[in-house]
Design a protein around this ligand. Structure first.
Ligand code: SAM
Length: 283
């Protein structure tokens, strides 16, 4: 008799479930911060899950990582030093290091178990963590920006949701320190959650960014694996505006092997639906 197919379900906020057809469980571990799992699925490649929430799927991670990295890096006139906070799967670092101008990329990840599991089971996202331009610093990203004397052109906050170890990454004190470590053309982008399910997170993040940065915006992308499919990043800078200062010719001239991001997608990502514009107090 055929065995019943097995599924792995992500339960989100107790109101929605996303099931992935399971081929095999590859790794399961627990750090002082969270449970970390890697599974092989029938339709989405390997999945990295943290506390049962899908972080990365091999099938669609390129969307998230291209959008979190190339929007700020094609906006900044000459990004040389980049800080990634969180991002232990390595996907954001991989995209940052595609830019030949980048000389140094620091990854400040609180949980070494995420980095180890990604290095071992997700080489497609983690391979560039061994690039000589990348330095992995294990520790709290909040403490890193508070204590570092380094300066960065771009900061990417690729964190989990605003609870547990990531809670303070959604606070004013952290972003005041981010502003301090950014150079004069500095840009910070942050994983901000679902406009459908977490509009309060996006609203609160935009509200706390406004007194700290002269330019604050949000941009969207869609993917296969996050609940509801539509997801947001916040954008903040010391002056560079995401559309006015964007030079589409830079993207085609760079000739990077990208599969989602391009100049049209960059522009379109900042076209927000009315309910989100209303929530952000935008006309
Ligand atoms: N793409 C995913 C998403 O949208 O939810 C995020 C991926 S990445 C795996 C999230 C990382 O943030 C995790 O590895 C987690 O350990 C890390 N993290 C959470 N809080 C942190 C903190 N305070 N400092 C540094 N890293 C943190």
């Amino acid at each position: 008799m055929n065995a019943k197919p097995r599924w792995i379900d992500e339960e989100y906020r107790g109101i929605v479930r996303t099931g992935f057809r399971l081929k095999k469980r590859v790794f399961k571990g627990r750090s002082p911060f969270q449970a970390v799992e890697v599974v092989e699925t029938a339709g989405h490649g390997k999945l990295l899950l943290i506390d049962g929430m899908t972080m990365v799927s091999e099938r669609d991670e390129f969307v998230y990582h291209e959008m979190i990295a190339h929007v700020p890096l094609f906006l900044h006139p000459r990004p040389r030093r980049v800080l990634v906070i969180g991002g232990g799967d390595g996907g954001s670092v991989r995209e940052v290091l595609r830019h030949r101008s980048v000389e140094r990329c620091v990854l400040a990840e609180i949980d070494p178990l995420v980095v180890e599991a990604s290095r071992r089971y997700l080489p497609s996202t983690a391979a560039k963590l061994s690039d000589k331009r990348c330095e992995v610093k294990i520790g709290d990203g909040v403490a890193f920006v508070r204590e570092t004397s380094e300066r960065f052109d771009v900061v990417i906050v690729d964190s989990t949701e605003p609870f547990g170890p990531a809670k303070e990454l959604f606070g004013s004190a952290f972003y005041k320190d981010v502003r301090r470590v950014l150079t004069e053309d500095g840009i910070v982008v942050s994983q901000a959650g679902s406009p459908f399910y977490e509009i309060a997170t996006i609203k609160n993040l935009a509200r706390l960014l406004k007194p700290i940065f002269p330019v604050v915006d949000a941009y969207l992308f869609t993917n296969l694996t996050y609940p509801g499919g539509l997801w947001a990043f916040t954008y903040a800078s010391k002056g560079l505006r995401p559309l006015r200062d964007f030079k589409p010719a830079r993207v085609s001239a760079a000739r990077l092997p990208l599969r989602w991001y391009n100049a049209d997608v960059h522009t379109g990502a900042f076209a927000l639906p009315q309910f989100l514009k209303d929530a952000l107090g935008r006309r």
